[in-house]
Write a new protein. Structure first.
Length: 660
């Protein structure tokens, strides 16, 4: 993995739009980058006279050069200083629906700039040391300036996970989540970290520039201060307070935006990202299609694709994809590369409860749901408790939890020998009582994904999650003596919580059910591959023969060694029954809300969609029927092959029953 990371940094530098732009500008000050091969000429005397009559000033007109076709009527009330290269202005730009303005430079001060063709610069107090490319718009702005040796926010080191440092990640414009996570968690690999530091330093050296860059079609409107910033194609700065020492990657299909009083300092914004409505982003990276809005604050953090911070604060965090953080809440010193979770209003994740140094950290794990008003004391590690829900208002002690799909709740009763500070843990509760959330999340994340450069596995039930359930089963089954309640003294992985015997038994059943479900679903997929590739002759040995295909081998070993599944057809019939049960459980978990709501609010049913009509419930049933049809077709195909795992003819009658 470490070699892959270094390779990614080198590849990013080799193909970076930022590196390419800076390299071009270094060669000739930005002339070719903005104006191409168009020849330049000095101004004619009559042009200078006309320009001065239009209120333009320059203390040395010989340092102003223009392309052929330059129209002096497109400069009005401008002050030019140093070397200024200007293109031709022959078109109009669209500012709003129904509003177009002619290109040109009006009421502006320019110093040492290159301005490309068909640019509009109007009411800009200062544009200094910038290269402005075709079709860009700078309107009603304060200072847009660049100082020598700017790096556009690249190369800074972020104190990820620990506020006081220890997991620092040096960043560059195209960094992705996998790279950031690898660097943050590989602290013992000193040689790798040194190589990474040098690779980022090389990248930073390549993007160090004496001039700022505004790429084609970018718009800077009503923004007070832009300093030492690279703006990618079609990027939009509209009403921002300040954008400084930053890189904004953008393209026509994925424009990045900074709007409405927002402040962006020493930051990297990738394609499709957004900062709006007075949000603050400082010393941070917003990966593709991430956002901060509504007074949200992101500091010293990396925000993953499709994730957002609204109203709350994220500091020294590595936040993975699809994290909803849309309320007033605090998330500090959190390492969450798996993402796919939620931070509820009032959640207090990261206060320095020790009153010592702010040097502790939290690892929530995939799918963590941090409920309303939750307090998490550090250090805490829930990575092996994927998709766990922390119920509203609880306070968790420093701990490590190893039971996925759990509910952490305030104790329903107090038990002898159990600390009153312990919470009650209900293992597998999400699987037994809230399966709707699992199915909804799978569909929700697929629908909300806009990232194009990073791939995500939207399946919840996959090999690594299955292994977490397998380990949880072993720990729950390993109790020495049956008793009413268990603590961490009795069951490994409970953390500072207790579990009741009744919930231990329910969890064992649920974990085993979904381990089998995962394995049989993988069997179905493997059988589809066999059918598609014409591997019928291998059917009899499919479950018994080791495979180089990692996912199938993982599931095959579970089926053959743990679940004693030796007949493909029987396994598929069981899978169809399990799919039916899961769909019913999804609908039932949603229907519980309807029943409770109707008991409390008289017209609840008139204002809420019934569970049977809920879009995700209906989608679940549609997917279930589709999978069951595929299983029926597979069973019929198996029957026609007249081959079973035991060397006997397959049961065609069973397949016919499935089709019916």
């Amino acid at each position: 993995m470490s070699d892959d990371v270094i390779h990614k940094v080198r590849e990013a530098a080799a193909h970076s739009e930022l590196v390419g732009a800076v390299a071009s500008i270094r060669r000739d000050g930005g002339r070719h980058h903005a104006l191409g091969d168009a020849p330049l000429r000095p101004l004619y005397r009559d042009e200078i006279a006309q320009l001065e009559q239009r209120g333009n000033f320059c203390n040395d007109w010989s340092r102003v050069t223009v392309v052929d076709g330059f129209d002096w009527r497109k400069l009005t009330n401008c002050s030019l200083h140093g070397d200024v290269l200007i293109g031709r202005f022959s078109s109009q730009v669209r500012l709003f629906e129904g509003l177009e303005l002619p290109t040109g430079i009006y009421n502006a001060t320019l110093a040492n700039c290159v301005v490309a063709n068909d640019v509009l610069i109007r009411d800009v107090k200062l544009l200094a040391n910038y290269v402005v490319c075709n079709g860009a718009v700078l309107l009603n702005c304060g200072a847009i300036a660049c100082a020598p040796k700017t790096t556009f926010g690249n190369g800074i080191s972020l104190p990820i996970g620990i506020e006081s440092g220890g997991r620092d990640v040096a960043v560059y414009a195209e960094i992705d989540l996998a790279v950031a996570a690898c660097v943050a968690i590989s602290r013992s690999q000193h040689q790798f970290l040194d190589r990474y530091t040098h690779a980022v330093a090389d990248y930073t050296a390549q993007v160090t520039s004496d001039r700022g860059i505004i790429e084609p079609g970018a718009v800077v409107r009503s923004t007070t201060n832009v300093r030492n910033t690279f703006l990618g194609a079609q990027a939009l700065l509209d009403g921002a307070t300040s954008v400084a020492d930053s890189t904004v990657l953008s393209n026509p299909d994925e424009p990045a935006r900074i709007e409405s009083g927002s402040c962006v300092i020493e930051a990297i914004l990738q394609w499709g990202s957004r900062v709006s409505t007075m949000a603050i982003v400082e010393r941070s990276v917003l990966l593709e299609h991430a956002h901060a809005e509504s007074h949200g604050k992101v500091a010293n953090s990396i925000l993953g694709p499709n994730s957002g911070v609204s109203q709350g604060e994220a500091t020294s965090c590595l936040i993975g994809p699809f994290v909803s953080f849309h309320h007033q809440a605090l998330l500090i010193a959190t390492i969450w590369p798996e993402g796919k979770g939620n931070v509820g209003h009032g959640a207090n994740i990261g206060s320095n409860h020790t009153s010592k140094a702010p040097d502790q950290e939290f690892w929530p794990g995939e799918g963590a749901f941090l409920g309303l008003g939750v307090n998490v004391k550090f250090p805490a590690d829930f990575r092996r408790a994927a998709y766990t829900v922390l119920a509203s208002g609880i306070t968790t002690l420093p701990q490590k939890i190893e039971f996925p799909f759990s509910l952490l709740n305030a104790p329903s009763a107090h038990y002898p020998g159990i600390s009153p500070a312990y919470n009650e843990l209900i293992p597998a509760w999400v699987l037994t009582d809230n399966l709707y959330a699992v199915k909804r999340n799978e569909g929700k994340y697929r629908g909300r994904n806009h990232a194009r450069r990073q791939q995500f596995d939207f399946e919840v039930f996959r090999p690594d999650i299955a292994d977490l359930m397998r380990d949880a089963c072993k720990q729950l089954a390993a109790v020495g003596q049956i008793q009413e309640v268990y603590s961490d003294r009795d069951i490994q992985g409970l953390g500072k919580n207790f579990v009741l015997e009744s919930n231990r038994l329910r969890a064992l059943t649920a974990y085993k059910f979904f381990i089998r479900y995962y394995a049989l679903l993988t069997l179905k997929s493997k059988l589809q591959t066999v059918r598609a590739t014409g591997g019928e002759e291998r059917l009899c040995e499919l479950l018994a023969t080791p495979s180089a295909e990692l996912r199938w081998e993982h599931a095959r070993r579970i089926l053959s060694e743990e679940l004693d599944v030796s007949d493909i057809a029987a396994g598929l019939r069981q899978l169809s029954e399990m799919l039916e049960q899961i769909a019913h459980d999804v609908e039932r978990s949603k229907a519980k809300d309807d029943e409770r709501g109707s008991r409390i609010i008289e017209d609840y049913s008139d204002a809420h969609v019934a569970a049977a009509q809920d879009s995700f419930v209906r989608q679940t049933w549609e997917e279930t029927r589709g999978l069951q049809r595929e299983i029926a077709e597979a069973l019929e195909w198996l029957a026609n092959q007249r081959c079973s795992q035991r060397g006997k003819p397959c049961e065609k009658a069973g397949a016919e029953r499935m089709i019916a």
